[in-house]
Design a binder for this molecule. Sequence first.
Ligand code: SF4
Length: 353
Amino acid sequence: MTPETSPRENLYGLLPEALAARLAPLDPRPFRARQVFAWMHRHDVLDPAAWTNLPLRLREVIATRFRVERPRVATAARAKDGTVKAVLDLPGGGRVEAVAMPGDDHDTFCLSSQVGCAFGCAFCMTGRLGFERHLSSGEIVGQVATLREATGLGRGVLNLVLMGMGEPLHNLDAVLPALAVLVHEQGFGIPPRRITVSTVGLPGGIRRLAAEGPPVRLAVSLVSARQATRERLMPAARRYPLDELAEAIRAFGAGGRHRPTLEVVLLRDVNDSPAEIHELARFARRTGSKVNLIEFNPVSGLPFAPSPEDRIERALRILSGAGVVATVRRSRGRDAAAACGQLAFLEGKDGAG
Ligand code: SF4
């Protein structure tokens, strides 16, 4: 079943070619679809009555036959550092969270791609929700316009990370058109280099993203370069041996794209030993990747603790000593439960917070 259950199809999020197919019975000229696309995505005007370069009769028929809807804010919380976590009601039913983070020279929005997630990573609250459904492309791109409207952020230079609820490469049928709308010059016009797709590490999805997607950045939530540690923390790792994953990451970066990033949430006594970090350095060199070490947010109900500062510093020394570019991402928005692994709000679900 598609996410859109209403008998009237939602036009929001469709690319011009798809719009042209829907509008052909009403007006077959291709420029009509381009006009509608620009109103929805470039200008964020969702009421067909206001699409003034279309004939009045056509606007009336579109309004009768279709919906034009993006997510709406249900609740929003602002942390002391200005990060806003918004709970969004989706046009197709259900809720996700999206996060807006202000920065000095650019803002960053973190978007969700699924309601819940099927992958059940041990350190992630979203994984505890289980999988409910995929988002449509419109429900993904609409988070950008809704966050802009609700927070006032993201109107200048904007970075996007598909790193919220869900595994984007598990929903590529919607994520690929969503990326196309986001980068389209008559859509959101966001440069591909400012978009990062984050994955738990699905080799087939990485290959498809490389073949069919715009040249966005890739971030792989590696967590560990040791198969046993990875399997313990990420059930999906059992299906995808590190060798296959390494080859997919290497090939992605070798295709003239930006160097992939290996994301490693550092967990005390789990993946922060020197042996773990040396193995991580070898994996990074082999795949041509850089490493982003992430501070773990202590979340109630999860049996992990953050790595102490001295071990984070030790990991950085080991990585840079091995010639690997490495950074640390400090946690943001912790008081609004907006940091990584904290996107899990659904009432009545285990671990909701
Ligand atoms: S870390 Fe990502 S893939 Fe793993 S359970 Fe959480 S949302 Fe899903």
